[in-house]
Design a protein around this ligand. Structure first.
Ligand code: JCF
Length: 684
């Protein structure tokens, strides 16, 4: 139905009742269980449809209609708190025109066509929280609730590690700081993965995870959730006259009091700069490490804010300019089963193609059969797909109202779809595996792709497609065969000229010089990722010692637990793995071995220092530079902030370099990095 075709009263009544019931259920899913079955955008659409029907036929509007309720009413379990100043929400702009309209409105309200400076920040997708401090002590934390009344969640908020319990510096006697509690994407993925393995509650998105974690009655549970707080404004302040007169300067105060404020926070001087901020933030949206759903713009001049005031529930001096939604509904057309490097069989959803936040999605992971059961998903269902960060799109829920009658159950095949070997599922494990081992071409291909990948031996030009061609043409069976490839064999392949063949052979030759950590990672031992490989290499120093290590000896290494230790012992107990290693060494694969560093982490020369690497390095890759700095005890992060101790800037360094310069962060060029590493005996 659209707004210009009004239905007859009877059908309007039927539809309104249907919408009220649906929205009531979706509300409950959202607020009580933190597990929505439809995307927010779909909820908004249905709510708007109901609003239009009720506007046309006011008699349809019942007092308990979902249109009459905005925000969540507090649940009984927590004490209710009244906000001294209402916690406002934000009006939305859905496109550039609406944003330009907002800016024009600001100028009209200001009574001048002069530029109006705006503070720009990412709109975090979490739960709004108010923190009240008296004499610098956190005395109360509350949810937003319906804006006037929320829930007292002090015990839970006190468990969030970056919420200051005591303020620093010069602060007002009574101070309310507002901001967003959110779950960064890596913590969210880790939490959900664990919940999937251990049968805990899987959250549909980081926002529900944050809201659900805050609403735990047992704060010990909240304490285990990876939550963060980021401040975006003030509520009551005892001595308002002592505040600066711009919002940007207030943010600096908030930071000085000990709060995290967003790293991306920027002051735009005019509409063009504000639009540029929106575009730039949109471009890096999926790499930020936390979910955002738009950009918030606020008038910087606080006197001007005061003059503009607010309407209903939102200030006139602020807007949320939204990004495209990361969740969409589409149809599940079928499920394929993919075989991974370790034989794990993963169900992959084949979807009716749908645009999700700027990318067409036609596949999504379903993880394993337990997940399929948990979602109760069937072929033919309408599902909600979600694309967040750099992870593979996922299916987060099924829209049960739209299940067709002939929806078909999904079954794990009994035989491997690639090699036809038996599929087995070990008691107590969620994952089913092909038992074919290296007989299975899929496992061989994946093992070789992993070996050549960027964080492993980093063989440039030897991409996935070429590896598949090589295995299909029977030119390679195992990783050591790579080192015996001949020029004639390569040029005989489709789409391979003599020049490319030379390049591939040169890259394979160059990859022979590697590091122990890369080599260990490249072997593809189950559960041994980059970090574990690095830890093994620095702890033992020599490959032979790792191959000979007992289960107990392995447990002494950082990050290695019972299961990983078992995988490592089993891997090296396998004669064909030992022979592969011998073959690789015979083919000329080498690395430097040295006595392990035994210094405790806190005694390392760069312990406690935070570094960022940017631009192009010539003598070593960024990954290797990162590993070398980490080996010296430094923490290497992705973005420059006031906490950054130094920035390594290679060639063509961009915004990180300018940001470091503006913050007065020490800057090392590549030569200075080499000198630093050499000075501490690191690998240069
Ligand atoms: O990041 C946010 N979700 C966010 C929400 C940021 C803001 O500056 C906000 C907000 C909600 C209300 N400011 C207001 C006034």
């Amino acid at each position: 139905m659209t707004d210009h075709s009004l239905p007859e009263f009877d059908s309007a009544q039927t539809r309104a009742t249907e919408l009220q019931q649906l929205l009531h259920r979706y509300n409950q899913e959202y607020y009580q269980y933190d597990s929505p079955s439809i995307p927010d955008a779909e909820y908004d659409r249905l709510l708007r449809e109901l609003q239009q029907l009720e506007a046309a036929y006011p008699e349809l509007q019942t007092p308990d209609s979902p249109t009459q309720r905005v925000g969540s009413t507090p649940l009984s379990a927590f004490e209710e708190v009244a906000h001294e100043r209402p916690m406002l929400s934000l009006d939305n702009a859905m496109n550039g025109d609406e944003f330009a309209d907002f800016y024009a409105r600001l100028q009209r309200l200001a009574g001048s066509s002069n530029d109006i400076a705006l503070v720009c920040e990412p709109k975090l997708d979490g739960a709004a929280v108010s923190l009240l401090y008296e004499q610098g002590q956190l005395v109360r934390a509350a949810t937003r609730g319906d804006g006037s009344r929320g829930e007292n969640i002090t015990a839970n908020v006190r468990t969030i590690k970056n919420v200051p319990l005591t303020l620093q510096g010069d602060f007002p006697a009574r101070l309310e700081v507002r901001g967003e509690v959110y779950m960064p994407l890596n913590g969210f993925e880790r939490y959900n993965q664990q919940a999937r393995e251990q049968g805990g509650k899987v959250f549909a998105n980081p926002r529900n995870a944050a809201a659900g974690s805050l609403r735990q009655l047992d704060s010990k549970i909240t304490a285990k959730r990876p939550l963060e707080f980021c401040a975006y404004g003030l509520g009551v302040v005892s001595d308002e006259a002592s505040l600066p007169d711009t919002l940007f300067a207030v943010f600096a105060c908030i930071r000085d009091w000990g709060f995290k404020v967003n790293d991306e926070l920027t002051l735009a001087n005019n509409l063009t700069e504000a639009q540029a901020f929106y575009a730039q933030l949109g471009a890096k949206r999926h790499g930020l490490g936390y979910e955002i759903d738009g950009t918030v713009f606020k008038v910087n001049d606080l006197a001007l804010q005061q003059q503009m005031g607010f309407v209903a529930r939102a200030p006139r001096w602020a807007i949320a300019y939204k990004f495209p939604a990361v969740e969409q509904m589409t149809r599940l057309n079928g499920v394929d089963f993919q075989v991974g490097r370790t034989g794990a069989i993963t169900p992959v959803a084949r979807l009716a193609p749908v645009a999700v936040a700027g990318v067409t999605v036609s596949n999504a992971t379903l993880h394993n059969m337990d997940e399929i059961e948990r979602l109760d998903v069937r072929i033919g269902d309408t599902v909600v797909v979600r694309r967040a960060g750099d992870v593979i799109p996922q299916i987060v829920s099924v829209v049960l109202d739209q299940r067709p009658e002939d929806a078909a159950a999904i079954q794990m095949p009994e035989h491997c779809p690639v090699c036809d070997s038996q599929v087995e599922r070990v008691e107590g494990e969620a994952v089913a595996r092909c038992t074919g081992g290296l007989v299975c071409a899929a496992q061989r291909k994946e093992a070789i792709k992993h070996f050549a990948s960027r964080k492993a031996l980093d063989i440039e030009g030897l991409g996935d497609k070429l590896i598949e061609q090589l295995v299909d043409a029977d030119l390679i069976d195992a990783v050591d065969d790579l080192f015996h490839l001949q020029h004639e064999q390569l040029v005989a392949l489709e789409r391979m000229g003599p020049k490319s063949a030379d390049n591939v052979l040169a890259a394979i030759e160059a990859a022979k010089q590697t590091t122990l950590a890369r080599f260990l990672y490249a072997l593809g031992i189950r559960e041994v990722g980059v970090v574990t490989a690095q830890n093994l290499a620095s702890y033992f120093g020599f490959l032979q010692r790792i191959m000979d290590a007992s289960h107990e000896q392995l447990l002494a290494v950082d990050d290695i637990g019972d299961i990983v230790a078992r995988h490592i012992v089993n891997f090296f107990a396998e004669p064909h793995n030992r022979s592969t290693i011998e073959q690789l060494q015979a083919a000329g694969v080498t690395w430097q071995e040295s006595e392990p560093q035994t210094a405790a982490a806190s005694e390392l020369p760069l312990a406690g220092q935070t570094a960022v690497i940017t631009g192009t390095l010539t003598a070593m890759s960024r990954d290797d530079a990162k590993a070398a700095l980490q080996a010296l005890g430094a923490k290497v992060t992705g973005s420059v902030s006031a906490k950054t101790d130094f920035l390594v800037a290679g060639e063509k360094a961009g915004s990180k370099l300018s940001k470091a310069q503006s913050l007065g962060v020490e800057i090392l060029d590549e030569a200075a990095l080499q000198a630093l590493l050499a000075q501490h005996g690191g690998q240069g």
